[in-house]
Design a protein around this ligand. Sequence first.
Ligand code: TNX
Length: 543
Amino acid sequence: MLTALLLVATLDSGLAIVPRPVRFTPRTGTFTLTAATVIVTDRGTRELGGTLADYLFPATGYRLAVRASAPAGTRVISLGLDTTLKALRDEGYRLEVTPARVTIRALRPAGAFYAIQTLRQLLPPAILREAKVTGTAWRMPAVSIEDYPRFTWRGMHLDVGRHFMPKEFVKKYIDLLALHKMNRFHWHLTEDQGWRIEIKQYPRLAEVGAWRGQTIIGRPDDDSAKWRFDGQRHGGYYTQDDIREVVAYAQARFVTIVPEIEMPGHSQAAIAAYPELGNTGDTLSPWTSWGVDENILNPGEPTIRFYQNVLTEVMALFPGRWIHIGGDEAPKAQWKASSLAQQRIRELGLKDEDELQSWFTRRMDEFLTAHGRSLIGWDEILQGGLAPNATVMSWRGTDGGIAAARAGHDVVMAPTSHTYFDYYQVADTTREPLAIGGFLPLDTVYAFEPVPPTLTPAEARHILGGQGQVWTEYMPDPKRVEYMTFPRVCALAEVLWTPREGRDYGDFVRRLPHQLERLAVLDVQYRPLQNTLGTTTAEGHTR
Ligand code: TNX
């Protein structure tokens, strides 16, 4: 009943696009897509014409022609680049739908790609089906849209270390990001519990590091004697061919993959594969529990070389600018007890173990910078001094991000308070699947403001954008990831795309059922809205 009312309201207003476009003016009439519609492109959009045709084929059954021109009177979807549209920058677009034609113009291909994502949302949700749909008229409401993103970093992260996620799901996840006009996929590839990327020079990383013998059941009790395990081997990794396939898939969707290789913490699986990377010489296995692990890398020169060699293979696979080196949660007890680490501190004239981690990070920064890439790390990389070219991902609140921006470093805001999608989305968790804890309802995600008000305009320019985190300790498979991620990612996408003044939670909640219909067609097991809309604007709707 409630859903029906919301849908009527949405259909009345004609448009239900997520994220909300910057400017749109409804016009009269509709454009109907038929088998005779022609996609007209210029040289810069020819490939995207094919992308559009591919998007439209399965549900409609129409193999639309992609041509350089069409005879007068043909119903066309025209895609073109226009160098005068500088104001739209790299990712903006204009989209005009009239009964006679659809016109897409952008400065660059990324903008035309986002226009295509909007076009998919102007058509009935069934356009997203993978097989021919009968009895649907493929109509779009006439409209003029001008649209561009607020931030350049619109990211989602996925931890495949705690639970391995199959390549096919990673592609689906990237598709869903593109549908929401998100453009960064932070692929968290290494963890204490599993190493997930094939490295040719060090085959044991995947052979040994990708598999753990069992997994703890439930949350770890402080008393480890009470821990119980499932007795099931878990693991998997991506071959370099798999990675190249996913990278190409992401590139075609204007998503830059940011690979993460954790160091010096969260490295037990690597140490299990190559014990000489550790501090104690103990023989370890990939971790079977959750939490902050004491086993970290040693700061010796062979370890630095080992990780630089790993990064060399990583850079060859991932063409994007940023390489994430982790840096979070590296307990220093082993370095305090290690003669090698203490000797390094003395030799290098450092104050303490935090400065030693900074030195370690700086070595990676120099290496990546020399290869034309940029280091990014979690905000712990600020402790002991920030490496000169580092970008900071601020997760423990926004203070780290503020400090980094003030020091002239770029920042991605990813605070637990607004972007941790491993937290519960409802207050009453009794009927929710077990999660890590926390509480992050949809309206809180929607209220996320990536630019702290205390920053000056010059400092604020260092805030590249924001990102949602999906840590998978309690997400054993893709369906659980979908449940935890959607619809919160719909809210985050709007925070990162739509201008601040265009953001309105009530309006978002009105459009959301349409987006959920699309997600249902795409077989996304989103968390239903019941009790999730939050305690502010939407309360009247939910009860
Ligand atoms: C902290 S956020 C971590 C992760 C955990 C997460 C659980 C961060 C950089 N490190 O290793 O999975 O908390 O919420």
